[in-house]
Design a protein around this ligand. Structure first.
Ligand code: GSH
Length: 241
């Protein structure tokens, strides 16, 4: 697979994290999110929105939007629940992320820490206020449960972890959000999610739940035999920030 990627982008981070967790080998093509020149030439054929992340499958079909990429890669894996209602709850949080969280927390982070120019302070403050409201909603939910859905790590957690764990770069102060703080730790905990196991050479791609998804496993199974698996995975630098 090929990922059109920007290293600073939390939306791309979601795709990189799940690709690492399911153990798919892929290439990256870097896009500059500040200098937008030449964007049509680079992405015109694969994403009408001319944005990243965009994933191109091995058969050439392109898939854009971080949520769609997470959904596709998680089909048949432990990262997407089987039960219909639980799957709808995953979507609930992913839509929340795209409408209430990312447009405020990610955009303020972009203005404050990445962009060459930013709007006037009152505009930033209005977005920051809306960002805090999104964090309030997460705090209320996470005060009652360990993860956003079915009390285990799913792509809903990946979608919301991406920009929450770097919210400080947008001037968001998370000290008043103890449940979010504990959830951030849980997401990083190898007992709940697998990325730190991968970092230490874990071999989750052989897991039965992962193997149920032919899209993400056929190629990695071919590429990584049992002996090569931990070596390949431990060499991979994981996109944890
Ligand atoms: N809803 C999209 C948003 C994608 C998006 O905003 N991508 C940004 C990087 S985070 C981008 O490509 N910016 C450059 C541009 O719009 O020209 C998603 O979740 O993937």
């Amino acid at each position: 697979m090929l990922l059109y990627n920007a290293q600073v982008s939390g939306n791309c981070y979601k795709a990189r994290l799940l690709l690492a967790q399911v153990g798919v080998d892929y290439e990256r093509r870097e896009i500059n999110v500040i200098d937008r020149s030449g964007r049509s030439d680079l992405l015109g054929g694969v994403n009408p929105a001319l944005q990243v992340p965009t994933l191109v499958l091995d058969d050439g079909r392109p898939l854009a939007e971080s949520g769609a990429i997470l959904w596709y890669l998680s089909l048949g894996t432990r990262y997407l629940p089987d039960e219909d209602f639980d799957r709808a709850k995953v979507l609930q949080w992913m839509f929340f992320e795209q409408y209430s969280h990312e447009p405020n927390i990610a955009v303020v982070r972009y203005w404050v820490s990445i962009a060459a120019d930013s709007p006037r302070e009152s505009v930033i403050e209005a977005r920051r206020k809306a960002g805090y409201e999104a964090l309030d909603a997460m705090e209320r939910e996470l005060a009652t449960r360990k993860f956003l859905v079915v009390d285990r790590y799913t792509i809903a957690d990946i979608a919301l972890y991406a920009y929450t764990h770097v919210a400080g770069e947008g001037g968001f102060d998370l000290t008043g959000y103890p449940a979010i703080g504990r959830w951030l730790e849980r997401v990083r905990d190898p007992r709940h999610s697998t990325h730190t196991q991968l970092a230490t050479g874990g071999c989750r791609w052989r897991d039965r739940a992962v193997l149920r998804n032919p899209r993400v496993t056929r190629r990695s199974c071919r590429l990584l035999g049992p002996a090569g698996c931990s070596a390949s995975l431990s060499r991979r630098s994981l996109p944890l920030s």
